[in-house]
Design a binder for this molecule. Structure first.
Ligand code: ADP
Ligand code: MG
Length: 612
């Protein structure tokens, strides 16, 4: 080795800038976020967005905010130039969206940037351009009060980054979703978005948060929302969640805003989920919108480069606080619904008061609890080891789970071969409307009905994609689905896949679609739920990571959305049919995501447990 050659050199400024820019600006969506946030900080009441080529050729944001003077305009592109903080103390009391003064400089380093702005209503302004280097001096231009920023040819001087970008389709969906997320907490701002020459989103100024949610998510959804509110010293929270059976496994929304900034917090998510878990199925995932106002000194917004995560001073208290607010609101809502209030549809089929429920659940015999209806089944705290009350983190699969699981351990294979022919003869029992219990020669099998059906449908879907079109049934009355702009974009980008599975979906104006045919095996009543589940599966960022191959990803989405759910009652024939199909699949022991479908308990193990 030639150690003599090693020499430390300070990188040229242009390279340093690009490295720094890469931390903040890693995709078109991060540029758009910074530009919209700047417009919000500038007190705009109208923000217009234009996107071309998924943001790679053009990302433009125009606002009618306070604008910039000639002097500010030339400074705005400098690194760490900001009008929003002045000192270290300010850093801990930030109320604006941006504050580091690095966004525009970072965007300028990796694109061709043009900013035109005016502080006056006289139609005169200044424009500055920057081509990945030093900005040119501002020039006069005609511009109404406000600012227009156009970012062209993003990453033109960073070829490596461009290569690693996700597909144009998923980037477009990410951009649209970002616009919706940013628009929600600012109902007073009128937003429009034109993507590839087509207006895909418009929300005029609205009076309330619910009105804005209604504009984004549809009036049917907004009508099911209930409001909950609470405060504790230094913190105030308002939540909206639907009291209808919307969510299931994949909620439409789980949005948290802290001081109007969209962030993620596991404490809030688990607090809401746990509050619901006392009343409905444990695996139910409610949608919610949560707005928290907190003293800036109780949080640290400076822990993450894109400000997506924040740290709460008192994470535990936050959990208890949110949990309390949601539990009280749920209790009140359910009490109202037992008095047949039309505005609040009950979660369970048989509405009854939360107190009675909590009180009786340890004393009522199991059969009685069961008889109160499927949705209201309250599980015993320490019932059969199947319903584990501790919340387990979702298993994260690296790469394609299908690959590693093609060959199950030998004894499992044995088990399938012994019984493949005989499933129709076995009496099965359904447990908690979630699991199937089947006696086998050497013990018992427990099958997760949803996971098992997912496996079956996943393999079926892959075959359907090969063939082109599955058998579908025409609906007598088409199902009309109110979607958000993002959801509609998903349906459009996946149109061919939906069709291969047997769906017939048509544009119904605005962001609404009509479904006139569904896969042959599906029940009419499942059409909406299944379609929504598929859309939300595809919207989850982790689905891309789990299945880089789009065919498998869509097959997994289909399997997940169309599979029988936990909580669905099955007849003896249905259970036998399910087991038959499961054990004729290629990989019966795991669902497409790698979770087990079957648990076997051997007679030996049972003997051991009973100390025989
Ligand atoms: P930050 O938002 O963190 O201050 P930026 O680099 O995003 O940093 O912006 C730098 C400065 O440029 C801002 O502080 C603000 O004064 C000005 N600016 C940027 N965008 C706008 C806009 N749309 N309207 C008015 N001023 C703007
Ligand atoms: Mg900014």
């Amino acid at each position: 080795m030639q150690h003599n050659d090693v020499r430390i050199e300070v990188l040229p400024q242009s390279v340093v800038e690009k490295i720094a820019a890469g931390e903040v600006i890693d995709r078109p969506a991060s540029v758009l976020k910074e530009l919209i946030e700047n417009s919000i900080d500038a007190e705009a009441t109208k923000i217009d967005i234009v996107i071309e080529d998924s943001g790679f050729s053009l990302l433009q944001v125009s606002d009618n905010g306070i604008g910039m003077s000639r002097e500010n305009l030339s400074k705005s592109l400098l690194a760490h130039a900001t009008s929003k903080i002045r000192s270290m103390e300010d850093l801990f009391a930030v109320s604006t969206m941006g504050f580091r003064g690095e966004a525009l400089a970072s965007v300028a380093a990796v694109s061709r940037l043009t900013i035109a702005s005016s502080t006056l209503h006289d139609g005169l302004g200044q424009v500055v351009t920057c081509q990945g280097g030093a900005p040119k001096p501002p020039q006069p231009v005609s511009h109404v009060r406000g600012t227009s920023v156009a970012c062209r040819d993003l990453f033109f001087n960073v070829p490596a980054r461009k290569k690693f970008m996700k597909s144009r389709k998923s980037e477009r969906i990410a951009l649209l979703r970002l616009v919706e997320q940013l628009a929600i907490p600012f109902p007073a701002i009128h937003f429009t978005a034109v993507f590839e020459g087509k207006k895909v989103f418009e929300v005029p100024a609205a009076d309330t948060l619910v009105a804005r949610i209604s504009q984004v998510a549809g009036s049917n959804f907004a009508a099911t929302l209930t409001r909950a509110q609470g405060s504790t010293p230094g913190m105030e929270a308002t939540l909206f969640f639907p009291l209808s059976d919307d969510g299931g496994l994949r909620p439409r929304y789980q949005y948290l805003y802290v001081n109007l900034r969209r962030v993620d917090s596991e404490s809030v998510m688990y607090a809401v989920r746990e509050a619901f878990a006392k009343l409905v199925r444990r695996d139910y995932r409610p949608s919610y919108f949560c707005f928290i106002d907190v003293d800036p000194d109780q949080i640290d917004v400076n822990v993450h480069p894109t400000k997506q995560k924040i740290k709460f001073e008192k994470e535990r208290e936050l959990f208890g606080f949110i949990h309390g607010i949601v539990s009280r609101a749920l209790g009140a809502a359910l009490q109202t619904s037992s008095a047949h209030s039309p505005s609040m549809p009950p979660i369970s089929n048989t509405a009854h008061s939360i107190e009675a429920d909590l009180f009786e659940r340890t004393t009522k015999p199991y059969e009685e609890i069961r008889a109160t209806g499927p949705g209201s089944l309250v599980e015993e705290e320490n019932s059969v080891g199947l319903s584990d009350h501790t919340v387990l983190p979702f298993p994260t699969n690296v790469g394609d789970p299908e690959k590693d699981l093609d060959s199950p351990p030998d004894d499992r294979i044995q088990l399938a071969h012994d019984h493949a022919e005989q499933w129709s003869l076995i009496s099965c029992y359904q447990v908690h409307e979630t699991y199937i219990l089947a006696p086998i020669k050497n013990g018992i099998l427990l099958i997760d009905q949803h996971a098992a059906h997912e496996r079956i449908l996943f393999e079926q879907a892959l075959t359907d994609l090969e063939v082109g079109k599955a058998t579908s049934q025409q609906l007598l009355f088409p199902v009309i689905l109110q979607l958000s702009a993002t959801e509609k974009a998903v349906v459009e980008s996946a149109g061919a896949f939906f069709q291969s599975f047997g769906f017939d979906m048509q544009d119904f104006g605005g962001t609404t679609i009509s479904v006139s045919a569904i896969p042959a095996f599906m029940k009419n009543s499942d059409a909406e739920r299944s379609a929504r589940d598929m859309i939300h599966y595809l919207l989850e960022e982790k689905s891309v990571g789990a299945f880089p191959d789009p065919r498998k990803r869509f097959a997994a989405a289909f399997a997940c959305g169309a599979a029988i759910k936990a909580g669905q009652k099955l007849s003896q024939e249905e259970m036998n049919g399910l087991l038959n199909s499961l054990f004729s699949t290629h990989t019966p022991y795991t669902c497409p995501h790698g979770r087990p479908t079957v648990v076997r308990i051997s007679l030996d193990e049972l003997s051991r447990r009973f100390l025989r």
